[in-house]
Ligand binder design. Sequence first.
Ligand code: URA
Length: 217
Amino acid sequence: MDDLKNYMRVLKKLGFEEIILENYREEKVLTVSEKKKLLDKIASEILVCTKCDLHKSRTKAVPGEGNPDAKLMFVGEAPGGDEDKQGRPFVGRAGKLLTKIIEATGHKRDEFFITNTVKCRPPGNRTPTPWEQETCWSYLEKQIEIIDPKVICLLGAAAGYAFLQRPVKITKERGQIIKWNGRLLFLTYHPAYVLRNLQAEPVLLEDIKKAIELAYS
Ligand code: URA
């Protein structure tokens, strides 16, 4: 800090009167109710979104839900059949497992914010394409900016792809913590993978425990 002050004094003596910080963003600290209002506004845009073809086959768009002030966000791949019917994320079999695992750590699902890389169900539950993820990204990006979580837990390779913009081998990369835009990404299995590979359940539990500890540390 002292070095920085001295540097500023030298610049002033040299005749500089202002410093333009190109990437400067005035960070306003939002109250929880301001965050909620902004998230509701995004959700209302998502509900009528027609930016990609996924809207044509959806029943309900699934913006995401949870604590507007969460320290930890969970991001999955895309809504499935149950989510499409109810308009809520992670409420089917995979979602029930995620909720069970969160509760096994001693926490509650609604402490966190849960969403997906795309907000509408891909037909036949296929993986969303990179273009669909890209088209939907601005919603997720705004949700992250508003919630301002310390940690984002990425559930599965498709979530990894959306953030890292490269193929992710989740069996190799899970457990990794990656610095990303001033936040921490934590990669782990998708709960649907764990439903097909039950031996991975304790690993997912340990990973989610770590992600929560990281978020609250
Ligand atoms: N799988 C996901 O990736 N997201 C959901 O919301 C449900 C299942």
